[in-house]
Write a protein that binds this ligand. Structure first.
Ligand code: ATP
Ligand code: MG
Length: 272
């Protein structure tokens, strides 16, 4: 029944039919649950990243030489999306995890250290400034912090990033903001809009469809209208059932632009 005091697999299998032995089986010493530190708090991505290959490799390269990289760009350009993807792809570099601190819900700069503590699961110590507890806890950790949406709290974000970088030698930071922190050691990475379709009246839908900005639009349109396809008017004449870009994008605010893209004269000549 046992080999060297351990239950053999054959014996354990036989228990399925041997209810009398179940009491004994309960004595099998199950291994204690592993108490691993969680390796971060990044949310799972529900959609695929479109394009941005150069940004991903570029930011990773800059992070080799700088412990603070600030992704800068206008609202909605894709800074958060890029930062999260950088974090996901670099997880193996940071054994103590990649942690997202989202500052967008905050309005009071005094609450910035609390947002860090809460994201990282760090408890406040009585009679000790939270920023100090934070840096003491991170001091020996090799981790990446993504400080997201800092533009409305740039000074407070810069202060805490600077403090962490000065006291935690194995911590790195990727921040997203519409303006730079302007502190020592910072590298900035401008996030440009995904390239727009060239103003080329003879460009076919097939060629347009490989552009990241068009792919992103088509993906989003397909997500709000099942069966959406980017096709030229020629093919729509043959398949009147296909949703038009304008119809598919209704509600996304992108319809007018989509009509401009898919209804160009050249597309009318295209076989679709
Ligand atoms: N390359 C991409 N692939 C897929 N989705 C993207 C891409 N870039 C942006 N998005 C999507 O576009 C939306 C806006 O992007 P994001 O939130 O990253 O912009 P942002 O620059 O951080 O804006 P803000 O300055 O307002 O914080 C999000 O839904 C995001 O998932
Ligand atoms: Mg953002």
């Amino acid at each position: 029944m046992t080999a060297g005091g351990q239950f053999t697999p054959e014996y354990l299998e036989s228990l399925a039919d041997d209810t009398e032995a179940w009491g004994e089986a309960r004595l099998v010493p199950f291994p204690a649950p592993r108490q691993e530190r969680p390796s971060g708090n990044l949310p799972l991505s529900l959609t695929s990243l479109v394009g941005r290959d150069d940004d991903l490799s570029g930011v990773a390269r800059v992070l080799d030489a700088h412990r603070l990289v600030t992704l800068i760009g206008p609202g909605g350009v894709g800074k958060t999306r890029l930062a999260l993807e950088v974090g996901r792809r670099l997880m193996a570099r940071y054994p103590d995890g990649v942690w997202l601190v989202d500052l967008s819900p905050l309005t009071d700069p005094a609450l910035v250290p609390r947002a860090f503590a809460s994201a990282l699961g760090i408890q406040e110590t009585p009679n000790r400034p939270l920023a100090e507890t934070l840096t003491a806890s991170l001091r020996n950790r090799c981790l990446l912090l993504i400080i997201d949406n800092c533009e409305h709290l740039v000074d407070a974000s810069a202060r805490i990033a600077e403090r962490i970088l000065h006291t935690c030698p194995r911590a790195s930071v990727v921040a997203t903001s519409r303006e730079a922190f302007a502190i020592g050691g910072e590298a900035t990475w401008p996030v440009e809009p995904l390239a727009s379709p060239p103003d080329d009246p003879i460009m076919s839908v097939a060629r347009l469809a490989v552009l990241p900005s068009v792919r992103l639009f088509v993906e989003r349109a397909a997500s709000v209208q099942a069966g959406f396809l980017a096709v030229g008017p020629e093919r729509r004449r043959r398949r009147p059932d296909l949703p038009t870009p304008g119809r598919a994008a209704a509600g996304t605010g992108a319809g007018r632009r989509a009509r401009r893209v898919a209804d160009r004269p050249a597309d009318r000549r295209s076989p679709g």
